[in-house]
Design a binder for this molecule. Structure first.
Ligand code: ADP
Ligand code: XUL
Length: 557
């Protein structure tokens, strides 16, 4: 039988190039975390003048981009920091995670710049001429409704597109973003030899040539046939001409992308045999970092976006949510819902109502009763994805609300709440929406295991609300940054697959139970009262009626 152990003394490195920061996690061969690092875009690279890692162009219908060069300069800085604290020669394999859907446009001729990087200079100084577009569209962008409509029309409607690609046409997904560039800036499209996702872009830097897009993040483009696991010719044709060549080949997430390039060996003293494993999207990497491998389990990620995801063997096409190939298996799928109004909206309410302070925010959550005396709301600081509603806050009070039953209660819209009620209405509103859409999508409810991750999962008061509203125990991982943790786990898994000459189940890497425990999750908050969860279900039903009316009246599509 093949040796399934990781080499003693070696290290595995995972990055996460996310919306607001670049993070890294390093694991040893027992899969214990030995180092973490963090570069925050706004504060560590202030000369790019981003706010929360992005530029918002209010004149162009929700255009949101990030400077491509900032991601490269963050990588320069991160590698410098890592080389100060670690012997990078010990790294046997590296992989990574990128915010999903964001795209990078390499100018004609840039592959030769990429393959001849001078180790005496920073990456950013050598790659400043390598891109046909300097501002990468990212997942927060919602400016491509027109392109979404025309792609759906060309392939036979939204449900057909969802059947093929796992998602209906969606503004932030890469296909409609590419079509917009092709329509609005055809000369730029022609001057682009390769389109990378954030994940395959960062991977390309490490191997010194264009990396393949992995199958899971590839499905986040709206262009992949998720059953056949290849680009869909029909959808490519509906999107832009000559696109297949610009996207390049696909590869499974566990595959080796290449050896680390001489640039990193010479500049940061990586071992020349260090393997680079395909990068993938941040949610897929989180799935790996949380060791999610049971169809009854769900993860709720409270980061810049809020997402909820799990795995399934089969799926039906839906008009909301997304289906991707399972990132850590050769069969099965990952299912996911995504909300744009996550942490940044919580921060906005914290800043306005809770003295810009999480402690005050939490005090308000503790002071106010569950169900908030019948006060609830919808809080969209940014255009929301789920449901597709524009910026706006909508607050309601249930009249004659007793707390025991909402039967016969009618809601009345109000302009504002007192500060503590506003905080609770926001948190309950976000979580009730997630619960409602999970059930509507057909994800397991209640989940067998609910794991919380992402920046806000360090907040126990928010986790208490999760436990009450979902009516189940809430687990958390060793680190709230499950994306870079998952990337490091995948680096080790990819190394093992390469060593054994084919795919091996990721489970076989956890040599014994205790090793898995060091990665897997601990119980953080016990399940709330089932009677309370049932009351929340009644409020949730009322919310969905109102949400439906709002979508009819204000919906963007
Ligand atoms: P991403 O990876 O999407 O860039 P993270 O998962 O790192 O984002 O989450 C960052 C967010 O975490 C911040 O925007 C912040 O609002 C949130 N956060 C950090 N600490 C807390 C806390 N104590 N309570 C609630 N939210 C928090
Ligand atoms: C998922 C999505 C976001 C980004 C950024 O579809 O758009 O979660 O991956 O984290």
């Amino acid at each position: 039988m093949a040796d399934l152990s990781l080499p003693q003394g070696s290290l595995f490195l995972g990055f996460d190039s996310s919306t607001q920061s670049l993070k890294a996690t390093v694991l040893d061969s027992d899969l214990h975390i030995v180092a973490t690092e963090f570069v925050h875009f706004d504060s560590d690279l202030p000369h790019y003048k981003t706010k929360e890692g992005v530029y918002r162009d209010l004149s162009d219908n929700g255009r949101i981009v990030s400077p491509t060069l900032m991601w490269i300069e963050a990588f320069d800085l991160m590698l410098q920091n890592l080389s100060n604290i670690l012997d990078l020669r010990k790294i046997a394999a590296v992989s990574g995670s990128g915010q999903q859907h964001g795209s990078v446009y390499w100018k004609n001729g840039s592959s030769s710049i990429l393959s001849a990087l001078d180790p005496n200079k920073r990456l950013v100084d050598q790659l400043c001429e390598a891109f046909s577009i300097l501002e990468s569209p990212i997942w927060m962008d919602s400016s491509t409704t027109k392109q979404c409509k025309s792609i759906e029309e060309a392939v036979g409607g939204p449900l057909e597109l969802s059947r093929i690609t796992g998602s209906r046409a969606t503004e932030r997904l890469t296909g409609s973003q590419i079509r917009k560039i092709y329509e609005m800036q055809p000369e730029i499209y022609q001057n682009t030899e390769r389109i990378s996702l954030v994940s395959s872009f960062m991977c390309s830097l490490l191997i010194g040539c264009y990396a393949c897009i992995d199958l899971t993040d590839g499905a986040g483009t709206n262009l992949l046939d998720i059953k056949l696991r290849e680009w869909s010719k029909k959808v490519l044709d509906a999107t832009a001409p000559g696109l297949e060549e610009k996207l390049g080949k696909l590869a499974p997430a566990y595959a080796v992308a290449g050896f680390i390039s001489h640039y990193f060996v010479d500049r940061f003293l990586f071992n020349k045999n260090c393997l680079v494993i395909q990068w993938s999207g941040d949610n897929p990497n989180s799935l790996a970092g949380l060791t999610l491998n049971n169809p009854g389990d769900l993860a709720i990620s409270l980061g810049t976006s809020d997402t909820v995801f799990g795995i399934t063997d089969e799926h039906q096409p839906h008009l909301e949510g997304h289906v991707f190939p399972n990132p850590v298996d050769t069969k099965g799928f990952m299912v996911m819902l995504c909300y744009r109004n996550g942490s940044l909206t919580r921060e906005e309410i914290r800043n306005r109502c809770a003295k810009e302070n999480w402690d005050v925010f939490n005090k308000y959550l503790q002071q106010t009763p569950p169900l908030n005396g019948g006060k609830f709301g919808f809080y969209f600081k940014e255009h929301e994805i789920l449901p597709p509603l524009p910026v706006g806050y909508h607050r309601y009070i249930l009249e004659n609300f007793t707390g025991d039953s909402i039967d016969g209660s009618t809601e009345c819209e109000v302009a504002e709440f007192d500060a503590p009620s506003e905080v609770r209405a926001l948190i309950e509103g976000q979580l009730l929406s997630i619960r409602a859409h999970i059930e509507r999508f057909g994800m397991p409810f209640p989940p067998i295991r609910l794991i919380a991750t992402g920046g806000a999962s360090v907040n126990e008061c928010i986790l208490n609300a999760v436990a009450s509203i979902f009516g189940c125990d809430v687990y958390t991982a060793q680190s709230p940054d499950s994306a870079s943790l998952g990337a490091a786990v995948r680096a080790a898994h990819g190394w093992l697959c390469s060593r054994t000459g084919g795919f091996v189940a990721i489970e076989s890497m956890y040599k014994n139970k205790s090793q898995k425990t060091s990665l897997s999750c601990k119980l953080s908050v016990k399940a709330g009262d089932p009677a309370l969860a049932a009351k929340y279900a009644a409020v949730m039903k009322k919310r969905m009626e109102i949400e439906h009316r709002l979508v009819e009246k204000l919906g963007r599509r």
